[in-house]
Write a new protein. Sequence first.
Length: 146
Amino acid sequence: MISKNIFKNGYINLFCPNSNEYLFDYIYALGFKDIDSKNWKPRLVILSVLEYLFRLKIINVYSWPNHPELEKKGMTIKETIETIDKLWSNNATFPDFYGIVMFENQKWYTEALEKKGLTQTTNWEKFIENEIGDLEKFIEDNRPID
């Protein structure tokens, strides 16, 4: 369940290619500054958003830094989210997030954005506003269908 509309401008950086490599990048992109181990709501929102991004085929797992044995395991989206949840310690601090999971954008996504003119120096928010418009529709129109 996603309790935030992630296509609103306040969350548009969730979709910025090559800017969200680690779990903490998504935590901050969703507006959470600290994750209190006793408060499960932010964690559930973050895991739900990650699941949604996987389902949209926007992101993949790039690596499991502290668990390379997981890289050869072909996991479903559900298994991936469960694994992230399991590895995400209730006592995790900022440096711990480097070892949990690394993400990358799927190739189709970055290529579709580059075709519209995105470069390394492009202002992401202005690019979405001026070149893409409705990002949700852009993703639906361009993403690969199973």
